[in-house]
Design a protein around this ligand. Structure first.
Ligand code: ZN
Length: 169
């Protein structure tokens, strides 16, 4: 089932997610719906907050559904180490058509549980490192506009207000 993606400034986007404690069929169905929703919007990552649910669940697939080996389910993820620096453009399904450069760590190691509750570690660099940091930020209620310079953030917010006024947001 394709879920509705909420846009900024929907309050749930800034709400920290509750940890997941039960790994049941309901959770696995929700995760399947998150993948379906993300693919329908040509995204590479989606956090539960973006479909209106403040829980620590995110999905990532850099191949956008072309390579099943790249499907990543991260439940209760935490960044356990980060190193280096990258400064690249990011977008977000909750900010349609907004793309801006954001500073992120170049490499991260993340510890998370899968849809069955099993713990695993994953190392990411470049685009995967960026996606991991962007999505885990969502689970903490942090949006990528808050990682931009104040000048870029106010430019984005002004653009959003104009789109809202035009009924295009
Ligand atoms: Zn996002």
């Amino acid at each position: 089932m394709i879920l509705k993606i909420v846009k900024y400034p929907e309050p749930v986007l800034q709400q920290p997610g509750e940890p997941v404690t039960e790994f049941n069929d309901e959770l696995r169905q929700f995760i399947a719906d998150m993948f379906e929703t993300m693919y329908a919007s040509q995204g590479i990552g989606l956090a539960a907050q973006q479909v209106g649910v403040a829980r620590r669940i995110t999905v990532i697939d850099l191949s956008q559904g072309k390579d099943p080996g790249q499907k990543l389910v991260l439940v209760n993820p935490e960044i356990v180490s980060r190193e280096g620096r990258q400064y690249e453009e990011e977008g977000c399904l909750s900010f349609p058509d907004i793309r801006e450069k954001v500073v992120r760590a170049a490499n991260v190691r993340v510890r998370a549980q899968n849809e069955h509750g099993e713990w695993f570690d994953i190392d990411g660099s470049e685009l995967l490192a960026r996606a991991l940091q962007h999505e885990i930020d969502h689970l903490d209620g942090i949006l990528f506009i808050f990682r931009m310079s104040p000048l870029k953030r106010s430019m984005c917010l002004r653009r959003i207000r104009k789109l809202q006024a035009d009924g295009a947001w």
